[in-house]
Design a protein around this ligand. Structure first.
Ligand SMILES: [Zn+2]
Length: 511
């Protein structure tokens, strides 16, 4: 049976439109999903929306519609944006889905039955935008939310609590037994720090509003939005509803998250899983923020960038490539048009685009437009065979930027080999055929390896060098896939055409 790879993104809060920050998460997740499909694994790539809470109820009211009407409308922004960005999610869950409501009821009942939920009084400073309580010492001067810098409200209510404090030792043990469960290490250390500080129980229900999932044993309460939203990861795979399906995907779950939600995913969620009697997820990878001119992206900021408009402007593959190649997962990245154009010209126009253009021109001039078979005893073959295992390892370790750097080193090797052999100075014959065949083979292999980052350009390269099918066929990079040297068949027509990646100048981009 093939390996299974269950990949999730955070579910986005529908009050915020998709922005470049959320698009960043989606592009990284999409590339990972595409890579694991290439490896022949069975992939389930899940994303979705977080649709409950006071903030949503208030937005709906402001717009004169019901909360459900509001979230139905807002959900279309996300569904469309991800389609426009070429995201290949397998499932899209909304926390208002019937399947989520049913599964959450089972999950919380298990926690309740195991004795980790109790009733108590709660009072505190509440930020409606965060849907979160703060203690006095968390607040900024003047009593402002530390995230939103807006006033918080004093709320007092009878709540159910989750007994997080009982999981301090078990969480510590889990981290010790699973040293790579949370990456990068800085986030693992942050989570461990929170656990060592001492864990307090937290409130999981509200009575002050009703836009949420009712507590099964007390319907005056609805669940706190974070508590039930995390359960989307298990409700999507049938927890409590379809046990066979659930067990086939859990706990091989990989959660891709932003560094701002480490506490929820790396402390609360593993404890909630333990409390319900299931294993915590296999892996959590926290990425940094994508900044624009050094500022975190958000709806309220002037530098809000619509990712679909940006992709239309600069090209979807160049945008995806820039994000995947230039940001180290876990560190913050800074988005600038200058950076994007620089990367585009260096890697896509000059390196990859030049190789393709050069080879297509030479095949037309020296080989009658018919691509020769690879020779196979050259430095190009050596480079490919040395790099492929390393590229596979980088993707497996969730390091797309390193995988792409190595992939581009193959293009560099092919360009260098052409410079050395100078086939443009040679008469048609075996020597020319050997070097061009090898370069075509490198292009074929690079099309497969680069397809998670630049899917439509990879397909275009594939077609231009005369291959049928697609470079991203499932299993193409797997053990019996097409990465072995010598796969380019030869005897096929190579298209001589306009440059795939024409050089670009910053000034040409529409404002
Ligand atoms: Zn806030």
């Amino acid at each position: 049976m093939p390996n299974r790879y269950f990949l999730t993104t955070p579910i986005y809060y529908v009050n915020d439109r998709p922005h470049l920050g959320t698009a960043y998460t989606m592009i990284v997740a999409d590339a990972l999903a595409r890579w694991h499909r290439l490896m022949g694994e069975e992939v389930l790539f899940l994303t979705g929306l977080d649709e409950h809470g006071l903030k949503i109820a208030r937005s709906a009211e402001e717009h004169g519609v019901s909360p459900k009407e509001w979230v139905d409308q807002a959900s279309t922004w996300f569904i469309r944006a991800w389609a426009d960005l070429g995201i290949t999610e397998d499932d899209f869950i909304r926390t208002t889905d019937e399947r989520h409501l049913e599964s959450v009821a089972k999950f919380v009942q298990a926690i309740y039955d195991n004795g980790f939920i109790y009733k108590g009084d709660y009072a505190g400073w509440y930020c409606v935008s965060c849907e979160n309580y703060y203690v006095e010492s968390d607040l900024l001067e003047g009593g402002l939310c530390p995230v939103h810098e807006t006033p918080v409200e004093w709320l007092k209510e009878e709540n159910y609590f989750f007994a997080l404090s009982k999981f301090q030792d078990r969480l510590t043990e889990w981290y010790e037994r699973n040293p790579s469960a949370v990456i990068p290490e800085s986030r693992r250390n942050e989570a461990l720090g929170l656990i060592r500080q001492g864990l307090g129980d937290f409130s999981i229900s509200r009575t002050s509003f009703d836009w949420g999932i009712p507590v099964p044993w007390d319907d005056r309460h609805v669940f706190y939005v974070w508590f039930e939203a995390l359960m989307n990861y298990t409700s999507a795979i049938g927890y409590g509803i379809d046990e066979e399906r659930f067990e086939s995907w859990w706990p091989v779950a990989h959660h891709l998250i932003g560094k701002d939600i480490v506490k929820f995913h790396c402390v609360w969620w593993p404890a909630m899983c333990m409390a319900a009697g299931i294993e915590p997820p296999a892996g959590i990878a926290a990425h940094g923020f994508l900044l624009v001119g050094g500022k975190k992206m958000g709806k309220s900021q002037a530098n809000h960038v619509d990712p679909v408009e940006l992709a239309n402007d600069v090209g979807l593959d160049p945008l995806r490539y820039h994000i995947l190649r230039d940001i180290t997962l876990g560190l913050d990245g800074d988005f600038t048009y200058e950076g994007l154009i620089e990367r585009y010209n260096a890697d896509l126009a000059n390196n990859l685009g030049n190789l393709l253009q050069r080879v297509a021109t030479l095949v037309s001039q020296k080989c009658g437009g018919v691509g020769p078979r690879p020779g196979g005893t050259t430095q190009m073959r050596a480079a490919v065979e040395a790099e492929i295992p390393a590229i596979i390892a980088e993707w497996a370790a969730t390091r797309p930027n390193a995988a792409l750097t190595r992939t581009w080193s193959l293009i560099g090797a092919a360009n260098a080999a052409l410079e050395l052999a100078e086939p443009w100075k040679l008469e048609p014959g075996d020597e020319v055929d050997a070097v061009l065949g090898d370069a075509l083979e490198v292009l074929r292999i690079v099309a497969v390896l680069a397809s998670p980052a630049i899917p439509s350009s990879a397909a275009d390269i594939w077609r231009r060098i005369g291959l049928s099918g697609q470079p991203d066929a499932p299993g193409a990079a797997g053990p019996s896939g097409v990465l072995a040297w010598g796969g380019y068949p030869g005897g096929v027509t190579v298209e001589r055409s306009t440059p795939l990646f024409p050089r670009r100048k910053l000034e040409e981009l529409a404002e």
